[in-house]
Ligand binder design. Structure first.
Ligand code: ZN
Length: 559
């Protein structure tokens, strides 16, 4: 019901002498075919679900706590896929499927035909250019490598092209993939501090975005010092701020971070990325998009996808358990509270369907874990699969076949040289099995599977199932390898990462709020790919083409 109509209904009830019904009972009576006006999908990059509870006593009432108290929290939400990186992570929510089907294997992946890696949003040879960017910006970007449709694409077709989907993010891929093939996407250009797009989408920035860029908010936010929001002695959930594990901003692991001084030293506006303020900026942009595009005001629902990327940059540099992560989540909590109040004022939360999730989790810093006595695969394997492990496999192939048959290592996949094997009269399946067996003799390798096993066997649980969901029959490699738990390659200079099939990378929050959804929580095993069919059902819209998700709507019915 539109706000004006709701008011009329309330007046009618009042004049009839009937006590005005609370909103909750009105929404319960809403016909099943009534859809929300606006879907707001919030993906927090590298958000671990334990952050809600780790920092619970410090949170305000209107942000993350509101989602938990007023919304429905799926506390056992996971990614199906095992290559837990940002590209496939942002594709899961609105495609309802996995890399095995949508084809987005990682943030980049090796392509045999090109003999190089392509970026997940790289439109190879398209000639697309940046719009609103500096002239030398590489604008060959769009969702062209995504093989399936999104909820927004289907809604666009379903409504006679009236529904709009807008994707916003600091990262290009975070904006582009959720926007689907028929939406619009805008992302941050770190060298200028502006939000831009590519000619895949349009030839000029919309007026509202030009006006937003003209406010120079990025530069304004960079005039402040990042200090703890509250006295840092109270951040007892986090380790010492000075420590040997974390990466550094301006040479330090510890507060405060003097952003104006770093800018004066020659930093670019991308300095904002590793501060909470880049999320504040994105939520301001979200308001600009809602107002500028009139999202949620039309005859059919619209979708706004917000990918908030500061948690990821702060997580990579300082890790979970850092004072910086604690302060960032508390600040993000405030920004979200402000944004939810905005949605209350503009629409009323019962007219909006909000979901919040992540694109992957994140690992504790391996060296920190090692010092707590937890096995990490370190320090013997600092460089991960593409370093020491690949080197050992190359040596094995040289000894065994007289030739290095390893073309590339990409996203836990080994690509072997098929023409060379053909020329040597080698059976590829036999070579794959020997490579797998050798890989399993190496320290830090947690498991391995060959292409033939992935083709002939359907796995249902654990890392093998996850790696199978990340394996595309045409795009992926010959042997899949994953590391042991708590093992990350390439973090010797401080900080941490993600990308493994283990729980800390696959377990993420999944929450829904608004649209008549009751407060509640479930420990049922659900997946991020279940969000798409759930949202599609709220919109009475067809499922995305590659959907394998399970609708969660039965959990979300008003009681
Ligand atoms: Zn990410």
């Amino acid at each position: 019901m539109k706000p004006a109509l709701r008011l009329l209904a309330c007046l009618t009830l009042a004049t009839a002498g009937i006590a005005m019904a609370p909103i909750s009972s009105l929404t319960q009576e809403r016909a099943a075919h009534v859809t929300p006006d606006l879907v707001v999908g919030i993906t927090i990059d590298q958000m671990r679900p334990d952050y809600f509870f780790r920092y619970w006593n410090h949170l305000g009432e209107g942000g993350l706590k509101r989602l938990v108290n007023e919304g429905f929290f799926f506390r056992n939400g996971h990614f199906r896929h095992g290559q837990t990186s940002t590209g496939p992570g942002h594709a899961a929510q609105l495609t309802g499927t996995t890399p095995a089907i949508h084809g987005l294997l990682g943030n980049s992946w090796y392509v045999r035909e090109l003999d190089r890696s392509i970026n997940v949003i790289e439109a190879v040879g398209s000639g697309f250019r940046g719009v609103g960017s500096r002239p030398d910006y590489d604008g060959e970007k769009g969702p062209v490598n995504m093989l399936t449709t999104t909820v927004g694409d289907e809604l666009y077709l379903h409504t006679g092209h009236r529904s709009r989907t807008i994707g916003l993010s600091r990262k290009d891929r975070g904006a582009i993939l959720p926007a689907g093939h028929t939406g619009q996407a805008y992302w941050f250009e770190g060298s200028t501090g502006n939000f831009i797009t590519s000619t895949f989408y349009r030839d000029e920035l919309p007026d509202w975005l030009q006006a937003f860029n003209a406010r120079n908010l990025a530069q304004e936010y960079l005039t402040q010092v990042w200090e703890p929001l509250h006295p840092i002695d109270g951040y007892v959930e986090s380790r010492e701020d000075e420590n040997p594990y974390e990466g550094r901003t301006g040479g330090s692991t510890a507060f405060p971070f003097d952003l104006p001084a770093l800018m004066a030293d020659g930093a670019s506006p991308s300095l904002l990325n590793t501060t909470p303020f880049s999320d504040q900026l994105l939520l301001e942009l979200a308001k600009g998009a809602i107002e500028g595009e009139g999202l949620g005001r039309g005859p059919v629902p619209d979708i706004l996808s917000l990918a908030l990327s500061a948690t990821d940059a702060i997580g990579h540099r300082f890790g979970p358990a850092s004072k910086q992560m604690q302060d960032h989540i508390l600040r993000l909590d405030g920004y979200l509270a402000d944004f939810f109040s905005y949605l209350d004022r503009e629409f009323g939360m019962e007219r909006v369907l909000v979901f919040l999730t992540a694109d992957h989790g994140g690992a504790y810093i391996p060296h920190y874990l090692r010092d707590q006595g937890i096995p990490t695969g370190h320090p013997d394997n600092e460089t991960g699969i593409s370093g020491e492990i690949a080197g050992a496999i190359r040596g094995f192939l040289q000894d065994r076949y007289g030739r290095d048959l390893l073309l590339a290592v990409s996203n836990q996949n080994l690509f072997l040289d098929l023409p060379a094997m053909d020329a040597l009269g080698l059976d590829p399946d036999g070579v794959r099995v020997e490579v797998k067996r050798f890989a399993l003799t190496l320290d830090a390798v947690g498991g391995a599977m060959t292409a033939q096993t992935l083709t002939r066997t359907e796995f249902t649980l654990g890392p093998r199932a996850a790696m199978q969901h990340s394996w595309h029959q045409k795009r992926s490699g010959d042997v899949v390898i994953w590391l042991e738990p708590q093992t990350q390659g390439g973090t010797g200079t401080g900080g941490t990462g993600h990308g493994t099939p283990w729980a800390y990378d696959r377990h993420v929050p999944i929450l829904f709020m608004g649209a008549g959804i009751p407060a509640g929580e479930s420990m049922e095993l659900v997946h991020v790919s279940d969000i798409a069919p759930t949202v599609a059902n709220f919109l009475n819209s067809p499922l995305p083409s590659g959907n394998i998700g399970r609708p969660l709507n039965d959990f979300l019915r008003p009681r």
